[in-house]
Design a binder for this molecule. Structure first.
Ligand SMILES: [Zn+2]
Ligand SMILES: [Zn+2]
Length: 278
């Protein structure tokens, strides 16, 4: 099978199809039920809100596609740890320990083996069931902006829903199925918004600190171990909030929110550290 076909098969998973279905459902109900019932789609506030919502929903779907179809980052076959120059035995031992015992290959810094993908992934963040792919060096930006756009669209949908609820004359509505639908949608959109806000907030925090989810948990352990021996631990790749953002989202601020603008990414096997700056 050609590589593109292999990537396309990632869509054939229940969680990925559920995300599509959810996005379609939220889009359809927001535009054709809530905006339409609130002010009417033909009115200027209706058209304005529908256009804005369509823009955010479209970019969310596009970013989601990029996350699913992108290679999260494979270790180059030629990769060797930088130990040739040294005769230091402990450095050689250290490099040996950085070998993946499943792929039998050296792991660059920040690389981890994914048990689901059954290979090593550069700067692995986590394996995401909802995109049926790993989130790693090459698709982290798409994942990050997807979370931001989806959060914005979800908040917008919730606001439109609330506007629609307050404008309705509930006393004149007979039949409970209509009311049940509103209660269920309200609950769903609230849970979705809170979930997406938490996800976005978490990844904003990680980006500001240039950390992956795996490194956050490793760092917690390293901090605890360091404190036990009276030392302190600092995440080695945290080179300052602004620099961290530019390393992940790119140097051009205008392209920070573009999911496919990743020309700033290098080979993903070496990263600036706090030691380089000192
Ligand atoms: Zn591996
Ligand atoms: Zn994976």
């Amino acid at each position: 099978m050609n590589p593109m076909m292999v990537k396309a098969t990632r869509f054939l998973s229940l969680p990925v199809l559920s995300v599509f279905l959810l996005m379609f459902f939220v889009y359809y109900t927001t535009i054709f039920i809530f905006i339409d019932h609130w002010v009417g789609l033909q009115s200027s506030p209706g058209t304005f809100n529908a256009s804005i919502f369509t823009v955010f929903a479209s970019i969310s779907i596009f970013s989601f596609f990029v996350c699913v179809l992108s290679d999260p980052g494979h270790v180059p076959l030629s990769y060797l740890p930088d130990v040739e120059a040294t005769t230091n035995e402990s450095a050689k031992d250290n490099a040996e320990r950085k070998k993946c015992d499943k792929c039998f290959a050296y792991k660059p810094p920040r690389t981890h083996h994914c048990r689901v993908c059954r290979r090593c992934v550069l700067k692995m963040d986590h394996h995401c069931l909802w995109i049926n792919n790993c989130v790693g060096y090459w698709n982290y930006k798409a994942f990050f902006v997807f979370a931001l756009y989806a959060t914005t669209a979800s908040i917008h949908s919730m606001v439109l829903f609330i506007c629609c609820v307050f404008q309705k004359d509930w006393d004149s509505i007979n039949g409970s199925s209509f009311k049940i639908f509103y209660v269920m949608y309200g609950t769903m959109v609230m849970v979705l918004t809170i979930t997406l806000l938490t996800l976005s907030g978490w990844h904003v925090y990680l980006t500001l600190h240039n950390m992956t989810t795996i490194e956050y948990y490793e760092g917690k352990r390293a901090k605890w171990l360091a404190a036990k021996s009276g030392q302190s631990y600092r995440h080695p790749f945290n080179v300052g909030a602004y620099k961290n953002i530019t390393l992940i989202l790119g140097p051009n601020m205008l392209k920070w929110l573009c999911p496919t603008s990743i020309s700033h990414l290098k080979d993903g096997v070496s990263f600036p550290t706090i030691r380089d700056n000192s």
